[in-house]
Design a protein. Structure first.
Length: 122
């Protein structure tokens, strides 16, 4: 199993522990992908997972730049159009530190960014 898959598994377990249901993993459209889509009673969370080694120079959070955010927002819009829901969409980022195949920590930012500046209305 790759570090990225290990990281996604760990984040799914974390979200389930927080009361979320995992709706989809690796949701793809042409030009975009969302690692995890999860729901609770209020939100549909679109989660980007970034797995890192302990000594990485760039944090997982820094790696989710404006370009990456735009691709995720576009993909989330596609998902919402195909799966109409009344829940509020939210964009989260999880950084998972993995060393020798073991998860050392999960740092999770709820509502890490929004759609300000993008031409998508959810």
């Amino acid at each position: 199993m790759t570090n990225h898959e290990t990281g996604k598994d760990a984040v799914c377990e974390y979200l389930v522990g927080e009361g979320y249901r995992i709706i989809a993993r690796n949701y793809r459209i042409k030009g975009g992908e969302i690692d995890i889509i999860a729901e609770n009673n209020e939100y549909t969370a679109f989660v980007e997972v970034k797995s890192r080694k302990p000594d990485s120079l760039v944090s997982g959070f820094e790696a989710v730049n404006k370009r990456k955010q735009g691709l995720i927002i576009k993909t989330a819009f596609d998902y919402c159009c195909k799966n109409p829901d009344v829940l509020q969409p939210r964009f989260d980022v999880a950084e998972v530190i993995i060393d020798r195949g073991r998860v050392h920590s999960i740092d999770y930012i709820f509502n890490a960014y929004d759609t300000t500046g993008y031409n998508f209305i959810f």
